[in-house]
Design a protein around this ligand. Sequence first.
Ligand code: S3P
Length: 169
Amino acid sequence: MKQNIVLIGMMGSGKTSVGKRLSQELNMPFIDTDTLIEEEYGPIPKLFEMGEECFRDAESKIISRVSSLEGAIISTGGGAVLRDENVKALRNNGVLVFIDRPVHFIAENIDCSCRPLLKNGPEALHELMEKRLPIYKACCDYHVVSDNDISNTVLTIIELLKNDGVIRP
Ligand code: S3P
């Protein structure tokens, strides 16, 4: 069974861009859980209007579904690891790669308008990162510090996964 490569990390850490590049380089399909949530349940800000739990429930349903895939690159929302059940499902047939991009880089160019948790500006990123960093670290198989260059991050991930035999050279 070919394992999924699951990208976790903060909003704006580059999961989607890195995921798309990995998908091209490794010839594996790319899946974005936020996109699937929006296709099935509507815009993320609308879900948040009904309460964060409403969004998290939709997210868990989508994660449970994509976890049964094989050989996909799965980009998750920044809060996907907040529920243990999501982490368990994603780990079932996947390796979790934490893209750790320093918050000051994220704050420089993140689009807050489509991210309800940043509706008051990017300042909230610091607090979120403080809460989530231990969770990302505890649940990831690979911790990749992103130096703000997507190509480097992609190469680092491929190297790590090849060395461990997760992907074939
Ligand atoms: C969230 C991150 C977002 C999206 C939602 C909640 C979070 O995804 O899932 O707005 O809790 O960090 P990105 O990480 O792709 O921005």
